[in-house]
Design a protein around this ligand. Sequence first.
Ligand code: XIL
Length: 373
Amino acid sequence: MSPNRIRSGRTRRTVIAGIGAAAGLGFLDRPALAGREAGLASHAARTGRVFGTAVRSPDLTWNATVRNEVVREADLLVPEYEMKWDILGKSPGTYDFTGGDRLAAFAEQHRMGLRGHTLVWHLALPSWLPARLEADEAKRVLETHVAAVAAHYAGRVQSWDVVNEAVDPHGVDGFRDSLWRRALGTDYIPLAFAAAAKADPKARLYYNDYDLECDTPEQDLRRAKTLDILTRLRREGVPVHGLGIQAHLQAGRWPYDAGKFARFLKAVAALDLDILITEMDVSDRLLPAPEAERDAAVAALAGEVLATFLAEPRAAGVVTWGLSDRQTWLNDLPTHRRTDGLPQRALPLDRDGGRKPLWNAMARAFDAAAPQR
Ligand code: XIL
């Protein structure tokens, strides 16, 4: 593994051995030390991988339960919303980095890595941005934003989701319609990567997208388009270093073909790119109510997908979109919520912080992972 690849900020787990280490860990509550050695990150670390989770700084600041779970399980943090444009740039030309800075400080204090999410997206745009821009203005606004944010976090963020969700199989030429696409065509993609590299030459720069894992005609198109984009960026010498696979999985929804997913991963690796699962959760929306049944199906799907993923030497690790079922975004939106009103059980820990079958499936997948390259 080259030294600038995505990595844990911890000098492995030796730092935290023994109760004596508690003094150095700031406000970490003592009971959290028990079991920390056996968190998902330590399973991931056996083959040099990372395990991370999306977090919200108010939780880390005020909620000792979440804080302890995160410190016990993860060695990489990603802001769930606090580095998105609408949060950072409430008015033109001004930035409020408070939330992201809190996360960066927490990551540094606990020797965890930090990913940035996300510089260019069609969503989470500030309300002051007009719905349409002329090309010159769009280029200026986009480059200014990417430069400001990437420069602010330079040296603190290991990797960035530079462009998020540019693919849409139903869009013109397979690209999503967005403010950026309309104003700049698909040139907004290389432009964003170039601006990010200029502002933070050391960060690993990722293209990130969803629905790349399963076996449907639509996901075939998504994989093909994603490969096209990455191939073109590499051919043109654009600074891109990795693919982020969101992996918002849905139990009972689509067939899964391990061979197909493996071939896609191999093709991405052949472009000399790192691959990271960046937002994993498993929706149980289509499953019946009994918890044991849901938990088993969720764990089975994740286990299959992760077995394929972690057999790929360029797979760098796995990030889940929250750690416990208390936090999942899948309960927030009518399109993702269960129709029977029961809360989703999409994440490795249950609402009391207990480890679920999904946690076990993840630990097993990390233990069985192929050596990293
Ligand atoms: C979601 C957050 O979890 C929600 O809290 C927020 O309201 C909307 O965004 N793909 C992404 C993430 O790249 O940024 C999204 O996060 C989930 C889908």
